[in-house]
Design a protein around this ligand. Structure first.
Ligand code: SAM
Length: 190
C-alpha cells in the first residue's frame, strides 16, 4: 500500500461521524477533505497552512464536495495550534494529520520547519483523546526535510510506550534516484 493510502486507511479506522479532527498542513486539501467527509456535518475539522494558495485550494475543494460548513481553515503557522484550538477540543480530538514538506506545485522553498513542527506535533498530541491518532508524513528527501524527519522521529520514539503506541511504514526506495524516500509515522494515544 502507498504511504498516503495507509494514512487514509488509518484515518478511516480511527475517525467516526461526529468526531473532531485536525489537519496541520492543508496543502491542496486532499487530507482535509477526507477528514471532513468522515466526520460529517455533526463533526468538525480545523486546518492550518501558512500559504494563501493552500487555503484557497482547500476551500475550493471543500465547497466542491459540499463539506465546507464544518471545516475552519486558518492561514496560520501550525505552531499556534494550542492557542487556536476551539474550546472543548483539548483531550477530545480523534485524529490529527501532518503531511509535512512543501505545497505540491508551489514554492519548494516554503517548507515546514523542525522547530515549529515539533511544537505543533506536541500540541496535537495533547489535543488527542484516548485512542486518538496522530499521523505525520515525513519527507527526508528534500533540503531541510532530512533534519525535520530525524527530529520528528526522535520525538515520537521518545514518548513513553505506556501512554502511546508508535508505528511506522517506510516508503520504497526509488531505483532512479538517491533521494531518501518518504516515511509515514503514527502514534495512538492509549
Ligand atoms: C505536503 S503539503 C500538505 C499536503 C496536504 N495535506 C494535501 O492533502 O494536499 C505541506 C503544506 O505545509 C504547509 N506549511 C509549511 N509550513 C507550515 C507551517 N509552519 N504551518 C502550517 N502549514 C505549513 C505548506 O504551505 C504546504 O502547503
Amino acid at each position: 500500500m502507498r504511504l498516503i493510502e495507509t494514512a487514509h486507511a488509518l484515518l478511516k479506522k480511527h475517525l467516526n461521524t461526529g468526531d473532531k479532527a485536525i489537519d496541520g498542513t492543508l496543502g491542496r486539501g486532499q487530507d482535509t477533505l477526507l477528514l471532513a467527509q468522515i466526520v460529517g456535518p455533526t463533526g468538525a475539522v480545523i486546518g492550518f497552512d501558512i500559504q494563501a494558495a493552500a487555503i484557497e485550494a482547500t476551500s475550493t475543494l471543500l465547497h466542491t464536495h459540499h463539506c465546507a460548513a464544518w471545516v475552519q481553515l486558518f492561514q496560520k503557522n501550525h505552531a499556534t495550534l494550542d492557542e487556536t484550538l476551539p474550546v472543548g477540543w483539548k483531550g477530545h480530538t480523534a485524529a490529527a494529520i501532518f503531511n509535512l514538506g512543501y505545497l505540491p506545485g508551489g514554492n519548494p522553498e516554503v517548507i515546514t520547519e523542525t522547530h515549529t513542527t515539533l511544537i505543533a506535533l506536541n500540541s496535537a498530541l495533547e489535543a488527542l483523546k484516548s485512542s486518538g491518532l496522530l499521523i505525520s508524513m515525513l519527507y527526508p528527501g528534500h533540503p531541510g526535510g532530512d533534519i525535520e524527519a530525524t527530529a520528528a522521529k526522535a520525538w515520537m520514539e521518545s514518548l513513553p510506550p505506556s501512554l502511546y503506541t508508535y508505528h511506522n511504514q517506510l516508503g520504497q526506495p526509488s531505483q532512479n534516484s538517491s533521494k531518501k524516500s518518504p516515511e509515514l509515522h503514527w502514534l495512538i494515544k492509549l
